[in-house]
Design a protein around this ligand. Structure first.
Ligand SMILES: C[S@@+](CC[C@H](N)C(=O)[O-])C[C@H]1O[C@@H](n2cnc3c(N)ncnc32)[C@H](O)[C@@H]1O
Length: 335
């Protein structure tokens, strides 16, 4: 009798340990792995269901200030309930294919530990000068007046002001309610979940910062549907031009595998409702690409910007932006 009781205690202890391990490990799995493991037993099925429901409720896995849910109205939600990717709220260096990030666990929000959000600046210019405003940055702040482009200049790592400074609007992450919803023809898209007033910062375009050579190589892979394993590419190339028309700066950000919610913004031939702003900060080596509302955006309106004007491939992907000036084909500039 005594022997049987102690066996029961060991069984319940090992069951508890199994549950604890499964709860920690399952959030590291991709959807295919999760589906496969969930079919092995009832307990793992229940845990996978919980992981899926947490993933669906917040694409940003607690990293942004507000949850950004997925909504899939297609066929009663029978297709995938969320889109899988690694979340980075800021620009990041190239990452290896083996990178894993938990998503759908109880502790999603503590991903970045006590340090909070990662630094928005990947590379700094040592010894650069910034502002030394003692009481909040206002009209006299050097960062505002340095080149006259108010929207494109922010305080940065070489300034003495802190993250609460009013001239760092794009550095604190998403501050407005957004949601991601699926369209049968365009795939996932980013939508306003509340009114966004004209001029308001919406989000940065975050992802892997690539050299032009790497960007070209990846673009070639993405252009071959058979080899890209059904990934939806999200490689953004922004070129800055001199008044002469020559390109003076080019920035390549690939949010296909790792990025933030900006990777869900679809193209519109009429320019959409977002301004793409090259944002420089004092002491930061590289600019960041940020989106601001170009007009008042109503609740439930889809957010969109123009991917470019060049359509080199007449057999390129069809465009379904439904604007009156739609060219019928998505921009396909050779990067
Ligand atoms: C940066 S992703 C945007 C998010 C994407 N819809 C998804 O499901 O992840 C770019 C891809 O979205 C689709 N897309 C974007 N704008 C579109 C449009 N106006 N019409 C059709 N497809 C579009 C294309 O497949 C394009 O390669």
């Amino acid at each position: 009798m005594e022997e049987r009781c102690s066996k029961k205690i060991i069984d319940s202890q090992s069951e508890e340990a199994f549950l604890r391990c499964a709860t920690v490990i399952l959030p590291y799995l991709n959807p295919a792995e999760l589906a496969s493991i969930s079919s092995t037993c009832k307990t793992l099925y229940q845990i996978s269901k919980l992981v899926t429901s947490r993933r669906t409720s917040d694409a940003s896995r607690g990293i942004e200030n507000l949850p950004i849910p997925f909504l899939n109205p297609i066929a009663g939600g029978k297709s995938e309930p969320y889109s899988y990717f690694i979340y980075s709220p800021t620009q990041t260096a190239r990452v290896g294919p083996e990178i894993r990030q938990p998503w759908g666990s109880d502790g999603d929000a503590s991903l970045y530990g006590k340090e909070g959000r990662p630094d928005p600046f990947l590379f700094r210019v040592e010894g650069a000068s910034g502002c030394d405003c003692a009481r909040g940055c206002g009209d006299g702040c050097n960062c505002l007046t340095a080149d006259g482009f108010l929207l494109t200049r922010e305080c940065g790592p070489s300034c003495s002001c802190d993250s609460m400074c009013g001239n760092r609007v794009s550095q604190g992450g998403v501050m407005t309610r957004l949601k991601i919803a699926k369209d049968e023809r365009k795939g996932w898209g980013l939508f306003a979940a509340e009114l966004i007033p004209s001029g308001q910062f919406v989000c940065e375009y975050a992802g892997e910062l690539l050299s032009t050579k790497e960007a070209r190589q990846r673009q070639q892979t993405y252009d071959k549907p058979a080899s890209n394993g059904h990934v939806t590419p999200a490689l953004l190339v922004v070129k800055e031009h001199l008044p002469s028309g020559n390109t003076c700066m080019r920035i390549n950000i690939d949010a296909t595998r790792i990025g933030n919610i900006a990777r869900f913004i679809n193209h519109s031939c009429d320019g959409g409702n977002l301004d793409t702003v090259i944002t420089r900060s004092s002491g930061a080596l590289l600019p960041r690409i940020c989106f601001f509302a170009s007009r008042n955006i109503q609740e439930n309106e889809e957010l969109a910007f123009s991917y470019g004007d060049v359509r080199l491939d007449p057999n390129g992907q069809p465009c379904f932006c439904s604007s009156s000036c739609c060219a019928g084909i998505l921009p396909s500039e050779h990067t």
